[in-house]
Design a protein around this ligand. Sequence first.
Ligand SMILES: *Cc1c(COP(=O)(O)O)cnc(C)c1O
Length: 365
Amino acid sequence: MLNKGLTEDDLFSFLSSKKQEDIDHSYILSSMCTLPHTVAIKAHDMFIDTNLGDPGLFPGTAALERLLIERFGTLFHKKDAGGYATSGGTESNIQALRLAKALRHTARPNVVVPESAHFSFKKACDILCLEMRSVPLGSDNRMLADKASELIDKNTIAMVGVAGTTEYGMVDPIDDLAKIACQHDIFLHVDAAFGGMVIPFLDKPIPFDFALPGVTTIAVDPHKMGMSTIPAGCLLTREPDMLDALNIETPYLTVKKEYTLAGTRPGAPVAGALAVLDYLGSEGMKAVVAGCMKNTKRLIAGMGTFGIEPAATPDVNVATFVCDKVPAPWKVSWTRNGHLRIVCMPHVTSDRIEAFLSDFGDMHA
Ligand SMILES: *Cc1c(COP(=O)(O)O)cnc(C)c1O
């Protein structure tokens, strides 16, 4: 801690020097986050002082959170779905499994998750002392529903399917998983952290949500394709009051109980997330998603002209390639299998795709 505080000028010149060390978004091709929409920034600023951990003090902000959940419930074909705003996919996944565990008591609980699941499930299983059973993928990079079925036993508290995998952008056969979940009476959590804001807006939406009777909970992240400010995730539950199973008593707050994981929770990104949804509407979101999908296809076709093969045929805007090198200063990522991975987020415009392809061509030549 500094003994004597800095002047505002010195402080902000220090902060801006650090900000300049960050990578410019125009070169970021690896992230599932993007530049927040201008209305999200405006709404975020407006609600910067709010704390949803004490909703009785911020009833207006709490109403926005309920509205956000209602918007997603409606989008996911269950208008009266329950849920709350989390800090992102990790918290939503932890809380979904925590809920599944609270709803089914077994001596040695296990969960059945696809090999392609996000690493947050490792954290969830560690914290909740759950055995993680991995389901292999088929040649199409989707979880094999039959294999999932084989791994279920009397100690299985939940099964997980991913709608838009982080690495390859695939949607698991959620309809088959939902049927299996119904047959075995098992909790099915759909991790749509990324795909939840893409799939409903595709020309041909793939079934993944509460329209399928077996789906119990859904995670969706407004801070990814929802273009909100960070941190904004949502956990949705089929039954409106399901999360009450996690309630603990809270002395000294304006509410007597809470089921959230965090105590103090920011209202600002919740306002930001709702602002984007209500400003764009489904027409606006469809246009954003159509643009990202078009850029994904263009990137795959463009790489093809250099003889670079795609590693998968993605359902959402994640492109992967059999390729081991890209030119500087582009920031890309590499999957566990060593494939080049590029996420065509809204800030990755068609101009940026062309610029990348041109640099790639120069390097490749
Ligand atoms: C991004 C992602 C997560 C984790 O979300 P965070 O917001 O980073 O915690 C979980 N699951 C999937 C499928 C994701 O794409």
